[in-house]
Design a protein around this ligand. Structure first.
Ligand SMILES: NC(=O)C1=CN([C@@H]2O[C@H](COP(=O)(O)OP(=O)(O)OC[C@H]3O[C@@H](n4cnc5c(N)ncnc54)[C@H](O)[C@@H]3O)[C@@H](O)[C@H]2O)[C@@H](O)CC1
Ligand SMILES: Nc1ncnc2c1ncn2[C@@H]1O[C@H](COP(=O)(O)OP(=O)(O)O)[C@@H](O)[C@H]1O
Ligand SMILES: [K+]
Length: 493
């Protein structure tokens, strides 16, 4: 897993790399700018595209000046630079890069406070006004310039972070920022990029390596960790030659009601395709025909038989489409504790009867989306607050809380939050959460720890959706397709 680090830690990594590599600070800026230009050229290969690079006078602006020079060197023939001289301060590396830029044909215009801003005629604006040095909301001339750029409705590519966006995940809705279509960010994504409020500021980001000392970054204390493909490869256990169905555990899915039987069937299908040795469904009897037709491999257990059969199961998933049968949930909490995934209607039951929270088996997995989370733990005005509560609750109660989102946050008992990067908006369709729950139960049944199960299920669920978009070209991914695509994921493990 990779650390997500703060701006202050990034500055430390910067300094450490300069001291130990060793590399001159201005050469590190050159490396960052080269990396930016490499990514930019992929986005805009046409050398005749007109580009306006808007620079502040700090190091983000210094990057902008180097980028303008490098683009010109690569044959981009319509590069213009604007410098916002709104303060007398400039960094040394900015000054060096300005001298270097003056030796090129790139046109440079400087603007003082209150100067009138000309119309922006270029097609693409590179935002190098302010970066991770942002220390207060934009006001005055900065705000005026940012609004001028936003109003021009051009394609905006931000250097490192959109001007005005804080890096630390706290994104006040009222703080103005530039709107960037693309962000090319250095070494690590900024924590804010994973919070839904960042959508008011940016569309997409990509990370470029600028050669900072990785060992130093990974040695820094970090509460947020990115789940990487390598983590999945290491955690995932391939099936053994002499194994049998008993090796892979027995998953019980307690789900479904008359009008929501599909949720139970999706959940069972996901368990089946995620490798549980056996899957049993505790559904209303009226759903049996559908279940047997769709997944003849899945067994059935009547509600009344649950207490007698309970010992057979290695992991329990409860909640998808459970509807009026939620009383079952309370009953199950009285049986011998088993690894458990609590979703959907079972989460709502928890919200109504908070005392049940204390009865959950240790290290249970809760899988709320935003609304379920707030019903359970109270309204939250921002995602930062919501994630903070998830951390506190996971830590205090020893739970794994899978807070579902474009980037799902997995709060684990030790206080850390794992961020899952896979998945895409084509997956924003009903039933997708039921699939995730079935996957989680299957991994628990196979003996994975709740943390491992959460990491594997979230990653593979999103990766299956990503494959369907990238390889099959689907614009919308129905949940059944994710289930059927899960075996194909095996090829990447
Ligand atoms: N590893 C790194 O940290 C590297 C950083 N580089 C670049 O350096 C940037 C950070 O540079 P700086 O620390 O010089 O800071 P910035 O260039 O982001 O900001 C410059 C200065 O503006 C002032 N300021 C902050 N918020 C303001 C506001 N709202 N209104 C008016 N003034 C404000 C602050 O005094 C700040 O130091 C990064 O974003 C990145 O682009 C790269 O050059 C290379 C490596
Ligand atoms: N825009 C998106 N990007 C990535 N993943 C998404 C997106 N929209 C939904 N998902 C994923 O799909 C699942 C939806 O879960 P949920 O809202 O509980 O669905 P349902 O209740 O319909 O089953 C979550 O795992 C979520 O992360
Ligand atoms: K910027």
């Amino acid at each position: 897993m990779k650390n997500v680090i703060s701006s202050a830690q990034m500055r430390d990594a910067d300094r450490h790399t300069i001291d130990t590599a060793p590399i001159a600070s201005v050469d590190l800026m050159e490396r960052a700018s080269l990396a930016f230009v490499g990514a930019f050229m992929q986005l805009y290969p046409d050398r005749h595209v007109s580009v306006l690079v808007c620079c502040g006078t700090g190091n983000n602006g210094g990057d902008g000046l180097a980028i303008a020079r490098l683009l010109q060197g690569h044959g981009y023939d319509a590069v213009t630079v604007w410098i916002a001289r709104f303060t007398e301060r400039e960094t040394d590396d900015f000054a060096t890069n300005l001298t270097r830029l003056h030796n090129t044909p790139v046109t440079v215009a400087e603007f003082l406070p209150a100067d009138e801003l000309p119309e922006i005629r270029q097609s693409v604006v590179i935002d190098a006004l302010l970066g991770s040095g942002l220390n207060k909301p934009l006001t005055g001339d900065w705000l005026r310039l940012v609004e001028h750029i936003n109003q021009a409705s051009k394609q905006v590519v931000a250097v490192d972070i959109p001007t005005g966006l804080r890096a630390n995940g706290i994104i006040p809705a009222t703080e103005p920022t530039i709107f960037a279509h693309e962000v090319i960010t250095f070494q690590r994504p900024k924590l804010s990029f994973f919070f839904p409020e960042s959508a008011q500021t940016m569309d997409r980001f990509q990370v470029v390596d600028i050669g900072l000392d990785e060992a130093f970054i990974e040695g820094a204390p970090a509460d947020f960790k990115l789940v990487e493909p390598e983590d999945i490869r290491l955690a995932y256990r391939k099936r053994k030659p002499f194994s049998h169905k008993g090796t892979y555990g027995h998953a019980l899915i307690i789900a479904g009601d008359t009008s929501t039987m599909g949720a139970a069937i999706l959940c069972c299908g996901a368990s089946l395709f995620s490798g549980a040795g056996l899957t049993t469904a505790c559904i209303p009897q009226e759903g049996l025909l559908a279940l047997n037709t769709r997944h003849p491999e899945v067994m059935y257990c009547a509600m009344a038989d649950l207490p007698d059969l309970w010992d057979r199961f290695d992991a329990i998933g409860i909640g998808p489409g459970l509807g009026r049968r939620v009383a079952l949930f309370e009953k199950c909490l009285a049986y011998e504790p088993k690894p458990m995934v609590i979703d959907a209607d079972a989460l709502t039951a928890l919200a109504h009867e908070q005392s049940l929270l204390d009865k959950l088996p240790a290290r249970s997995i809760l899988t709320p989306h935003m609304k379920e989370f707030d019903r359970l733990f109270g309204d939250h005005g921002t995602w930062w607050d919501r994630v903070r509560t998830a951390r506190e609750q996971a830590n205090a109660r020893g739970l794994v809380i899978v807070l579902k989102n474009r980037y799902t946050f997995i709060a684990i008992p030790d206080g850390r939050v794992l961020i899952n990067l896979t998945g895409n908006p084509a997956m924003a369709t009903g039933g997708m959460g039921d699939v995730l729950t079935g996957m989680l139960v299957a991994f628990l049944a196979q003996g994975y720890t709740p943390e491992e199960a959460a990491m594997l299920a979230c990653y593979l669920h999103g990766a299956a959706g990503d494959r369907l978009v990238a390889d099959v070209g689907m614009a919308v991914v129905p949940a059944t397709q994710v289930i059927e695509h899960l075996p194909a994921i095996n090829g990447m493990l």
